[in-house]
Design a protein around this ligand. Structure first.
Ligand SMILES: [Zn+2]
Length: 283
């Protein structure tokens, strides 16, 4: 489990390019909770109804947690765990605020404790794992000189993958695609997924859909944090800048930065409008 099953990405120009996830679990419930909490009436995230997963949640979670633990063990061995106290303190503080926003939106996470772990040259900007663990590439944070608002938007996007249960559905896809005889448990499904890029290619359309969901749901989480949206959205200008200088990876499931900025700005503007309407309405 300690081996790195991914090909590395030079500059981590997009966070968690070809990230680790699958489809949605309790996302519909979350969407409803967000709507009830903040506004009323409309489900902006447009998340389709929940579907069954091939492995028990606890088994799927354990497989992904094992992968996250493997990355951390490897980082310890490679001495790439980032020990910059100031940066770690900043990331912890932003993570705590994002975690509190998730708790306010989704009762399942009311008592969750989120962890953001900084690893140098992780190869992905950031990646989220069940167990409320987010691994953040310290080099990505430094290269893009991310401020707290930008960090909050990134961590909110990652948290959204966890809230939406995307990880479990990636494993379900493997069971569906190969047959459960070939991948009898969640761990074998996970190892097999990373053993061959061909699976990611087949999974790509779903991965793209999940990225859009994580952007929408992440925008709602971000909105609940109180961080500055205008400052946060500048991260996409930085990413767009990198995109013009780099070749796009075939298996990048994210839309280009300008499209993501537009989509997230739209969700945030809708939320702000609904919030303002609600505030001005006499109770
Ligand atoms: Zn993502």
């Amino acid at each position: 489990m300690a081996q790195k099953p991914h090909t590395r990405f030079a500059a981590a120009s997009r966070w968690e390019a070809r990230d680790a996830y699958g489809y949605m679990g309790g996302a519909m419930k979350t969407c409803i909770a967000v709507v009830l909490l903040l506004f009323g009436g409309m489900c902006f995230a447009q998340i389709p109804p929940q579907t069954g997963t091939a492995y028990p949640d606890s088994e799927a979670d354990a497989a992904w947690r094992g992968l996250a633990a493997g990355y951390v063990r490897q980082a310890l061995k490679d001495r790439t765990l980032d020990r910059d106290g100031i940066l770690n303190a900043r990331v912890d503080a932003v993570m705590a605020t994002v975690g509190a926003a998730v708790a306010a939106i989704d009762a399942r996470f009311a008592h969750a404790s989120w962890h953001a772990i900084l690893i140098s040259d992780f190869g992905y900007g950031a990646a989220a794992f069940p167990g409320e663990t987010i691994i953040v590439d310290a080099s990505f944070v430094r290269t893009l000189q991310l401020n707290d608002d930008e960090l909050a938007l990134i961590l909110a996007h990652e948290a959204a993958h966890v809230v939406a249960g995307h990880a479990a559905v990636k494993l379900s896809f493997m069971a569906e695609f190969l047959g459960k005889e070939k991948v009898p448990n969640a761990r074998t499904a996970l190892l097999e997924f990373f053993a061959n890029d061909a699976y990611a290619a087949v999974y790509q359309p779903r991965a793209e859909m999940q990225e859009r969901e994580a952007d929408s749901l992440g925008a709602a989480i971000f909105f609940a944090t109180g961080y500055d949206a205008r400052r946060a959205l500048r991260v996409f200008d930085k990413l767009a800048d990198l995109e013009t200088r780099e070749e796009r990876h075939d298996l990048d499931s994210h839309d280009i930065a300008t499209a993501r900025k537009r989509a997230i700005s739209g969700v945030l503007a809708d939320l702000q409008r609904l919030h303002t309407q609600r505030e001005s309405k006499p109770q």
